[in-house]
Ligand binder design. Structure first.
Ligand code: SAH
Length: 349
């Protein structure tokens, strides 16, 4: 369900410029007003019409009375004691909760945002899976996470990753609309390559992203090198096995200026052997890509992080066998506040 109207109010937040123009037409307003409203909402992050300074008082009043300009309320902010990472808990207008994370490192301010309330992809190792899927987020709710973080954390946002709660490709249209606002010069003005959409491997949507021709970055959570293993930890592998993912990933990366990031969560005794490292190197050889090895962040005790020696050994073998891809280790941020990869699940509010 997507909320377009809420209590007879139009949800303006999240609309594209075209949609705001249509709304302006329906209100018998000139088209140029649409761009002003767009810039106030997204470039300036204004959530009260009174602060949209170049609009007439009448129009401000009309917007205030008939439109929703803010879709989320901040419920709680957790700050890590060990690094400049914050986890923000939001409440939606229909009283659900979602989380986003802000991470500062050098000149980078990366935010990790949610695309759904909960998730039904059911990856066995991921805490969000335990929530099930409540609903897709609207574009406005996706953007409001970024707007709120921009208000809380003064350092400008440099990167956005759709790696929070949910499977972005099962909410493709809203996620892409949000990415366009982040990218737009009149919105957040972020380069397309600074916006990464991460998927558990919904192959038809990878194909759609190729067809649509957008320049956003793609991350794929591969997480295993054999179908048997992947099926156990990621049941969606039954629909889209490793071979089909690799095929789409190569098609994606074969286009000029595109590459793929493969995420590989290292799980003790599951996917962390020397053979796995060799198989991983062979699977992705020749694809313009980067492998992001993520030592598992423990959640409910079912899975463990491998020992440091095993992790190092895995990386060493991967590195020795690598053919044309880069390797990166992601020691996740904000573990002490359950803000790390796969730890986002609304439990204790
Ligand atoms: N559904 C999308 C977006 C979520 S991204 C996807 O699967 O890509 C979350 C990333 O964190 C994924 O790469 C996932 O494999 C990884 N992850 C999930 N649980 C984790 C955990 N407990 N520790 C480390 N990484 C985890």
């Amino acid at each position: 369900m997507i909320i377009k109207n809420y209590k007879n109010k139009t949800v303006l937040k999240g609309m594209s410029l075209k949609e705001i123009e249509q709304w302006c037409q329906s209100q018998e307003l000139s088209n140029f007003r649409a761009k002003q409203i767009y810039q106030w909402m997204y470039r300036h992050g204004v959530s009260e019409a009174d602060n949209m300074k170049n609009l007439s008082k009448d129009l401000q009043k009309k917007i205030d009375e008939s439109c929703v300009l803010e879709t989320l309320k901040i419920e709680k902010i957790d700050e890590s004691n060990t690094e400049p990472t914050q986890k923000i808990l939001f409440k939606t207008i229909d009283n659900h909760f979602i989380e986003a994370v802000s991470m500062l490192e050098g000149n980078r301010h990366t935010i990790c945002i949610s695309s759904q309330i909960g998730c039904n992809v059911d990856c066995d190792f991921c805490a969000t899976a335990s929530m099930g899927l409540i609903r897709n987020l609207m574009t406005g709710e996706i953007i409001d996470q970024a707007i709120a973080i921009r208000r809380i954390v003064k350092t400008p946002i440099t990167n956005v990753v759709f790696m929070g709660m949910g499977e972005p490709f099962l909410n493709y249209n809203q996620v892409l609309s949000a990415a366009h606002i982040l990218h737009s010069h009149d919105g957040f003005d972020l380069g397309a390559k600074r916006i990464t959409i991460s998927t558990a491997g919904i192959v038809p949507k990878i194909e759609k992203l190729i067809e649509d021709g957008y320049k956003y970055k793609l991350a794929i959570s591969l997480n295993a090198t054999e179908d048997d293993t992947r099926q156990k930890i990621m049941p969606l592998n039954r629909n889209w096995p490793i071979k089909s993912i690799i095929k789409s990933a190569s098609r994606f990366a074969a286009r000029k200026g595109h590459n793929v990031m493969f995420e590989y969560v290292l799980l003790k005794g599951i996917n962390d052997t020397a053979e796995d490292a060799v198989r991983l190197a062979n699977l992705i050889q020749g694809i313009d890509s980067k492998v992001n090895v993520i030592p598992y962040n423990e959640t409910d005790g079912k899975y463990q992080r491998p020992s440091t020696e095993t992790i190092e050994q895995f990386l060493k073998i991967l590195n020795k066998n690598k053919k044309g891809f880069r390797i990166l280790v992601r020691w996740s941020k904000g573990e002490d506040i359950n803000a790390a990869c796969g730890q986002l699940a609304v439990t204790n509010i």
